[in-house]
Design a protein around this ligand. Structure first.
Ligand code: B4P
Length: 193
């Protein structure tokens, strides 16, 4: 099993890279952002509650996302491995994840942290906002709030896995293909695989 976390600030390329990696390594891709947007599109109660927070650039409660992950794991017991994109975003989520994976005897192998400077992040997200109309990419103050949430609540997740010897940092500025090669060579060089 290869279980990896794709980590980084909003706009760092997690979703973009996850889509490439899931093909190459035949992994189940779980994006909590995509799952939440699906709930919003379906007009569920969970979706309506999450939308208020997401539109402001705030994180949704830990119990909500952990519950979504648990359901996904339950529904995909035969998966060959996981690529987690946008999860965990708090240390509480990381602890809950480790417990769920512990029960399956299939721990996280690596956290790949995609490093991108703040100005580049803002430019990418504003551009996506123009092209896709995604509400949380629409203006600079929401984007700044997402980056603030990342700094305050999410960066500690990298330290949590660093303490377990599982942190791998990748330069996330450059073309998508080059960054993908960097991630693949990191994963391929990990002795277990
Ligand atoms: P996400 O959907 O995870 O959104 P994101 O952080 O913006 O990352 P995403 O994967 O979409 O973007 P990417 O970097 O690939 O989360 C949205 C919201 O959901 C959160 O703010 C929060 O409210 C909520 N949420 C989700 N998970 C949660 C959790 N676990 N706990 C609590 N709340 C949660 O790409 C960005 C743009 O950059 C794209 O347009 C892409 O084309 C472009 N790009 C990618 N790579 C590039 C490159 N190398 N060069 C130039 N552009 C590039």
């Amino acid at each position: 099993m290869l279980n990896i976390i794709l980590f980084g600030p909003p706009g760092s390329g997690k979703g973009t890279q996850a889509n490439l990696l899931k093909e190459k390594y035949q992994l189940l891709h779980i994006s909590t952002g995509d799952l939440l947007r699906e709930e919003i599109a379906n007009g569920t109660k969970l979706g309506l509650e999450a939308k208020t927070l997401m539109d402001k650039g705030e994180l949704v409660p830990d119990e909500v996302v952990v519950g979504m992950i648990q359901s996904k794991l339950d529904a995909n017991k035969k998966a060959k491995g996981l690529i987690l994109d946008g999860f965990p975003r708090t240390v509480k989520q990381a602890e809950a994840l480790d417990q769920l994976l512990g029960e399956l005897n299939s721990p996280i192998n690596a956290l790949v942290s995609i490093v991108v400077d703040e100005e580049e992040l803002k430019q990418r997200l504003l551009l996506r906002g123009k092209e896709s109309g995604r509400p949380d990419d629409q203006n600079e103050s929401i984007i700044e709030n997402r980056i603030k949430e990342y700094k305050n609540k999410t960066t500690a997740v990298a330290t949590y896995y660093e303490n377990k010897g599982k942190l791998h940092e990748i330069n996330g500025v450059g073309d998508v293909e080059t960054i993908n090669k960097l991630i693949c060579s990191t994963l391929d060089s990990m002795s277990k695989f």
